[in-house]
Design a protein around this ligand. Sequence first.
Ligand SMILES: [Zn+2]
Length: 133
Amino acid sequence: MRGLTDYRIAKRALVSQVTRGAVPVEDVCDAHPELLRAARNVGLVARRGCPICRLADDRALVPRDDTDTLRLVTYVFGTDLRRKSGHVVWTREELADLASAHRSFTAYVVECCLVCGWNHLVESYLLGQAHAG
Ligand SMILES: [Zn+2]
């Protein structure tokens, strides 16, 4: 994917800070209600556990519940998108349609936990006619 930026290292660093108590849990579990709603309604199941719920489970010595609570939400930003800039993309088809109809924009994928409100940027990449092929 063009212009792909992976934010996993930043995520790992942040989770490690939370583990050490350097960053309060409430600072990283602050998902905006709009993001939570998008995650619940149109988010794709991330197929991995929430790092913050996992911490809590480890501390409480309860079995891990790595089900489908971590969701991926894709936002698109770019001047070419005009009023659609900043919108949540509902399906892969919608994303493909936007890519074929616009010259250039950036997609941001955010993971969001439905249980604790953890949210973090996963990756961003460029889409559009200028980046096709
Ligand atoms: Zn969580």
